[in-house]
Ligand binder design. Sequence first.
Ligand SMILES: [Fe+2]
Ligand SMILES: [Fe+2]
Length: 256
Amino acid sequence: MIFDNEVLYDDGQHKFIMLGTDIGGSEGIPVNQFLIIDGTEAFLLDPGGAHVFATVLANVSEVIDPTRLTGLFYSHQDPDVTSGIMMWLNVSERAKVYVSELWTRFLPHFGVYDEKRIVGIPDKGMEIRFSSGNVLKIIPAHYLHSPGEFTLYDPVAKVLFSSDIGASVLPPGTKSRKVEDFQWHLKNAIVEAFHKRYMASNAACRKWVSMVKGFDIEWMVPQHGAIYPREMTEKFLSWFENLRCGSDIIDEVYGR
Ligand SMILES: [Fe+2]
Ligand SMILES: [Fe+2]
């Protein structure tokens, strides 16, 4: 199922775009990418692995000249997020990589040696400021699921990029990339099973929800599967802050 680029916010100066994807058309887990444009600057969120590079590059090129990219945000170290990193650094020579300080020392294993191109995100998160004065807020989400994990809130677009939090795998034949029925989504898009196994503990879930629930969120957009409109985001956050997962259910995880 092929989906085109979709604009989630556009005021002429600032844009938040969900790039197109081919669900079920590529090997491996399907991934979402998002492009934030602010004037002459542009950030790509979780650009994805090597095997989706050509598709993502084509999707970015429909919107901007990809050599204009100024930031590459990596929410964590997983291969579905990072393995195309050298290709992206070659596409735009002015793009900087934003990734957890925990993971910067691993980047030479991808062939990334130029430290000037890497910004290590401290555990408490940080703000990225565009030359317009607009900011992106990088919000810690540690242990959800990576020990060095970040989500990103765009206060202009009112979009929360939630990385693997809220991730789903849409069943074959799905016609929409938007969550419409939360209970159906939990069971049929593997949301419940995924979060119980991949997320570390309820303490981590609760901490992250406390960080984001004061935000004005029009869309919550994860790295996999369907995106959550406002009402579904509220339902997700209520469900997630009460989820028992990971070490809370360790015997279940071990199959005992
Ligand atoms: Fe992941
Ligand atoms: Fe992922």
